[in-house]
Design a binder for this molecule. Structure first.
Ligand code: SF4
Ligand code: SF4
Length: 341
């Protein structure tokens, strides 16, 4: 795999080339909300203000709401109308390493756990172009979870800002194939390699929030029944669900039917274990009290998911800290676990 560079003033030309073959999405702002959205073919101003999206990249693969299929009723009863199977090739530019690693975790559920055709078709048809973080938030703690602000493990191409140019690393074969079809790129020099390393090292140092994950699953396990502790932890939470909706590794969904007289659609939409009505439809919510729901959120990420898949289901993206309306902080919760149950 080779490395390349492109002058910053030519980034729109590069994206335009890619746009001829692929639907290009990149960071886009509406009010305070930043999300990956279809590129308009001109505006690259996100390069000035972008730190990370509010809506994680998971929304491009598991949308907040999607139609699974439609149905209608005729003389023969209900008839299903599967949605068309148009496979759209996409490229998402500017994915942060924390969100890319979250997709690798979602793959464990939607690809390895069971085969989810909706998620998998989007995943298979999407190229991820990562963008190293050079200005992480105070709430970011990815370096405590085995990643870095320039981790290229889960993207097809990795881009790093090295001043007047972007340094581009080929990571996967799909990324390499895209580069082979791309014109206007220059070979990198030793000075560019050194420049990229310097930027990456500096970014690593900028992530100052740290957590200690040593033996974390066992620590959580041993205080699982400690109601007093979890009530204190949960005291200020208002069960709004923002931390779970915006968490790149949360994947709970609900399924509902929208009906008119003789036709309807089956919808899938995000759900949250923070809600008192969670799982109310199939049975009663086993976590009526708030402290049980907050405990579930923490234990799912740091105890149960590692038990099932061998990795902690938190990337340290910090969204649940900076976007919580009451400043609940998962890192404080993890640091304050009682040593005895
Ligand atoms: S965002 Fe904050 S208040 Fe809302 S459910 Fe999460 S922890 Fe509770
Ligand atoms: S738990 Fe919080 S910090 Fe961890 S991945 Fe989810 S939103 Fe990010």
């Amino acid at each position: 795999m080779a490395n390349w560079k492109v002058s910053k003033k030519d980034i729109a030309k590069l994206l335009t080339q890619w746009q001829q073959e692929l639907a290009v999405a990149l960071p886009s702002k509406e009010g305070d909300t930043v999300r990956m959205d279809r590129w308009d073919g001109e505006d690259t101003s996100f390069l000035e203000w972008y730190r990370n999206t509010v809506l994680p990249v998971k929304a491009s693969f598991l949308p907040s709401m999607e139609e699974m299929f439609r149905f209608h009723r005729d003389e023969g009863g209900y008839q299903l109308e599967p949605l068309g199977s148009e496979e759209r090739k996409e490229l998402i530019f500017g994915v942060r390493p924390c969100d890319a690693s979250a997709l690798a975790m979602l793959d464990m559920v939607f690809k390895d756990g069971y085969q989810d055709p909706y998620y998998l078709s989007r995943r298979k048809n999407t190229l991820l172009v990562g963008l190293s973080c050079t200005n992480p938030y105070d709430s970011c703690f990815c370096t405590s979870l085995g990643s870095t602000p320039s981790d290229s493990s889960n993207v097809d191409l990795m881009v790093t800002d090295i001043g007047d140019s972007f340094f581009i690393e080929e990571v996967t074969e799909a990324g390499q194939e895209l580069i082979a079809k791309t014109s206007g790129l220059e070979k990198v020099t030793e000075a560019d390699d050194a420049g990229a390393k310097e930027v990456k090292d500096a970014s690593y140092q900028k992530v100052t929030k740290k957590i200690d994950t040593t033996d974390i699953a066992n620590k959580l396990h041993s205080c699982f029944e400690n109601q007093d502790h979890w009530e204190k932890v949960a005291a200020k939470c208002i069960s709004c669900g923002i931390c779970t909706f915006l968490c790149p590794t949360c994947y709970c969904f609900d399924i509902s039917d929208e009906l008119t007289k003789k036709q309807g659609a089956r919808l899938r939409s995000w759900d949250s274990c923070a809600f008192p009505v969670y799982t109310k439809m199939p049975m009663e919510n086993p976590r009526e009290e708030k402290w049980r729901r907050v405990r579930q959120k923490v234990c799912h990420k740091y105890e149960f998911y590692p038990m099932n898949f061998g990795v902690i289901a938190c990337t340290g993206c910090g969204r649940c800290i900076r976007l919580c309306p009451v400043n609940w902080d998962i890192t404080q919760t993890l640091a304050s676990l009682p040593t005895q149950g």
